[in-house]
Design a protein around this ligand. Structure first.
Ligand SMILES: Cc1cc2nc3c(=O)[nH]c(=O)nc-3n(C[C@H](O)[C@H](O)[C@H](O)COP(=O)(O)OP(=O)(O)OC[C@H]3O[C@@H](n4cnc5c(N)ncnc54)[C@H](O)[C@@H]3O)c2cc1C
Length: 536
């Protein structure tokens, strides 16, 4: 085969699929290629091979604010069968003494829960959530939904308004400094830092002091896809194929072809060459893109160096324990808090602020800290993910990928660690120890890297925000804003702005840049960060 496409996209993770859907709707002939047997990357739902009818989500599950994302409407995903739920008791941290710190979709109820721990912290939480709402809506959202602004221009624009100056002031802190400065109660501080850890990862990183108040202020919270996370991928695939795009899975890439100084296609390990007249966009990480797949002579030495130095998060890799159950976990704390039976995301093992220091130190040593984990029972909200009346549930824990310096240690130790995690879970949800488990399996951080090699070292965020790998300079100076120093080659995965997680915004923003470079009409109505900041 010697087919010619307008554009080829490497990897068919959700960012790549969103990019492809927009460009297919521009009338471009597109092809995405993935080594996995099915498209979706971190949007996977598998049927339990030992218990047909039980479905598990081995990668992403909590999808934040998906229905508020611009691409969700633009790509008419609900017409393609995608449906999301946003449970009201959105997050809860269950303590051993039976108390629970609860984040509701309704701010008043969150504040009331916080007041059971500290009335001062409850007041602060309300004040910050209300203060940050316009910062989120007028600054942070347009910024995430646009190609990033050049840092000096961004600062100049932000310094012109009170809202902008307040954002700069809070951002200058690390999440750790933000929490210790504003909150007093140990459990509240721990819960808020946990929130931060879910999105921004390194709590010591200055420049991210705003991430916790931004999460408190966002109108949309954690959501789940009905039918499992793969349902979102299926909706994207439906839109792509409806608009003429093609997706090929189960391929192995040998390299990106370069002709007349431009990225001009790809070669597969079978020797097949596929040509692209307009662009090649990579949803893979910088090492894969610039070092593994590009001929060395086609990439400037300085770019190869920067790609080699691209850093990954120490505190992102996840260990997962997945259960198939006869009944949902029933928490002992529900005796005092019956609402816990309908809680969405549940945090267990977190009691004190100081545990974060212990967790960071254990990761630095490559060791397992005492467990702090979070998860859900999807079937409480979506019965389609198990047989009638039955349930699935999972817990995740942040653990080092290189266990005691070597990821291969996980093969020997993962089952024993799963048993330890289950013990913690059963202490809080005693019915899990009473024969309700029909099947269980674990996935280690090393398994993540094997399944999704773009998540190097198991970093599910595909690159840290340290090392100046943020905004305009993500993944690195000279390759930010989705264009690379190689003509015709673009980036569109989690290693670009605004970063990993299921946001789709890397692909959404890349679509605008590529469509503009190819002279295509932007048929959608994307926000403009520069205008938004200038209008503050
Ligand atoms: C255990 C776990 C839990 C998570 N939980 C959440 C969550 O609850 N909420 C959330 O928002 N995020 C979560 N994430 C993170 C989220 O899944 C990722 O950040 C997101 O999937 C990144 O999207 P992407 O489109 O950049 O790439 P990916 O989704 O990683 O897709 C990349 C694609 O590239 C393909 N690929 C890789 N290498 C090659 C190659 N050499 N050749 C061809 N194809 C290749 C892969 O097969 C994959 O399909 C989780 C991740 C993991 C691992």
């Amino acid at each position: 085969m010697n087919a010619i496409f307008d554009g080829i996209i490497l990897g068919a993770g959700h960012n790549a699929l969103i990019l492809q859907a927009y460009l297919s709707r521009c009338g471009l002939k597109t092809l995405s290629l993935d080594r996995a047997p099915i498209p979706g990357g971190g949007l996977t739902t598998i049927e339990n091979p030992r218990l047909p009818g039980f479905r598990h989500n081995p990668h992403s599950f909590f999808h934040r604010a998906i229905t508020a994302m611009p691409w969700y409407g633009d790509l008419e995903l609900e017409r393609h069968g995608v449906r999301y739920l946003e449970p009201k008791l959105n997050v809860t941290m269950i303590l051993r003494d039976g108390r629970a710190l609860e984040w509701w979709t309704d701010l008043d109820r969150t504040v009331a829960s916080c007041a059971e721990f500290s009335t001062r912290d409850a007041d602060t939480l309300r004040r910050l959530a209300e203060e940050f709402r316009p910062i989120v809506e007028k600054i942070l959202l347009p910024e995430a939904q646009s190609p990033p602004l050049e840092p000096a221009l961004r600062r100049r624009l932000l310094e012109r308004s009170a809202l902008g100056r307040r954002l700069l002031e809070i951002s200058a802190l690390s999440p750790l400094e933000f929490v210790t400065r504003h909150f007093e109660n140990d459990a509240v501080r721990a819960g808020l830092l946990f929130f931060n850890g879910l999105r921004e990862v390194d709590l010591r990183l200055k420049g991210f002091g705003h991430s916790i108040p931004a999460l408190l202020a966002s109108r949309s919270k954690a959501q789940m896809a009905v039918g499992g996370s793969a349902a979102l991928a299926q909706g994207l695939v439906a839109d792509i194929t409806r608009h003429g795009g093609e997706i090929r899975c189960g391929i192995e890439l040998r390299g990106i072809l370069v002709g007349s100084g431009r990225a001009s296609g790809v070669e597969l390990t079978t020797g097949e060459q596929i040509h692209a007249s307009g662009f090649v966009a990579s949803g893979l990480n910088p090492q894969q893109t610039f070092l593994d797949l590009m001929p060395a002579e086609a990439v400037p030495a300085s770019v190869r160096e920067k790609a080699a130095e691209f850093q990954y998060n120490l505190l992102a890799p996840l260990f997962g324990l997945h259960l198939a159950l006869d009944e949902p976990p029933r928490y002992a704390a529900s005796a005092n808090h019956p609402e816990l039976n309908d809680a969405f995301m549940v945090i267990v093992g977190l009691e004190r602020f100081g545990q974060f220091h212990e967790i960071v130190a254990a990761h630095e040593r490559g060791e397992i800290p005492s467990p702090v984990a979070w998860g859900a029972c999807p079937t409480l909200f979506d019965s389609s993910q198990a047989l009638s009346g039955k349930h699935t549930a999972f817990l995740w824990e942040k653990l080092p990928c290189a266990l005691r310096g070597d990821p291969s240690n996980w093969a020997r130790e993962k089952d024993a660690h799963g048993a330890r995690l289950l013990k913690l879970w059963s202490e809080l949800a005693p019915n899990l120890g009473r024969g309700v488990i029909r099947d269980q399996f674990v996935l280690s951080p090393a398994d993540t890297e094997i399944t999704l090699p773009n998540m190097r070292h198991g970093d599910l965020l595909v690159g840290s925000f340290a090392n100046n790998q943020v905004g305009y300079h993500r993944p690195f100076a000279g390759a930010g804003c989705y264009r690379t120093p190689v003509p015709g080659l673009y980036l569109c995965g989690g290693s670009t702005h605004p970063g990993g997680n299921i946001t789709g915004l890397c692909g959404y923003n890349a679509a605008r840049v590529i469509a503009a470079d190819l002279g295509k009409r932007i048929w959608w109505n994307p926000p403009d960060a520069e205008q938004a900041l200038a209008a503050l």
